[in-house]
Unconditional design. Sequence first.
Length: 337
Amino acid sequence: MNKTKLLRLTGRSQTAVYNAPMQKNLALELWEKHRQELALENLLVIADENDIFRPSAAPAGSAVVFLPKSKALIDMTLALVSGMVLENRKIVLAGEKSAGIESAKKAFEKNIGPVEQKIVGNHSALYVGKNKKLGADKKIEDFLSYSPISYKDAQIEIANLPGVFSAGELDEGTRLLLDHIPYDKKKMLDVGCGSGVIGTIYKKKNQASEVLMSDRSKLAVMAARKTLEANKLSAKVMESDVFENIKGKFDLIVSNPPFHRGVDTDYSFIENFARGAKQHLKRDGKAYVVANSFLPYGKVLKKFFEKTDILADDGKFKIYRSSQPRKTVPTRGKTGL
């Protein structure tokens, strides 16, 4: 089981909470070691992409950015942060070598300014420079693009934003899931919707349905709404960490869940999904999940549902269908993974 610890970073008039896997976070440790000598005032902490949406009445006096998960997201995050921090104040980019911190130097110098100090150690690096506001004119919308995709007789436009799954394409796992879900259900929920591919295709094929899409990422929520808008379809999209903000019951719940947190396999999502789906399915409702074939998701789902079937296995992905929630379930964190 991949547990989570909370590491607190002093932020601007508040404490930012960075959710890190239980294994060592090397870049965070390097930052903690050197933070006092860097003497950063009125600090803005960007621990993940949701922090770029943090409202602020005035620019920050400095910032630390923990390396985002993709090159496009690094570029966008640094551009936006350059507009959130006062000119000529320090910005720090922190990341592990294995996550690509060294190749992120170009993005730092493109959006912030020259790297004036490089602190290395702990298999990580801190890039430190003064904010020249090189990317300060950028807005999130400047990084938005659209791509046409097709699924059988459904043609749709997908909104793409950095770091949002799955930008610009219909991935194999999603296609296999779409091949096996029913399209005649009244109330449908897509958990972890990304750019909104599944929910949008479902709504296009069944326009009488009530579709709700959710994701913990504010960027994903924004992309999914833009996808619906581009296709002139009406559905609800909301921010929710798995089922945290979900209310009501559904005939159909689907998910193409993430299975990585950093570079490690993360099983917390599937346990939280199964636990929540059990509570939010109607009596005759069904939950469908696509997962990489090597992941033992069926083992978890069977602990929460009387019936879990493998509808498809192409060697890369499996489609699970679960129904008939069990009356008793394992206590949290006791699913055996």
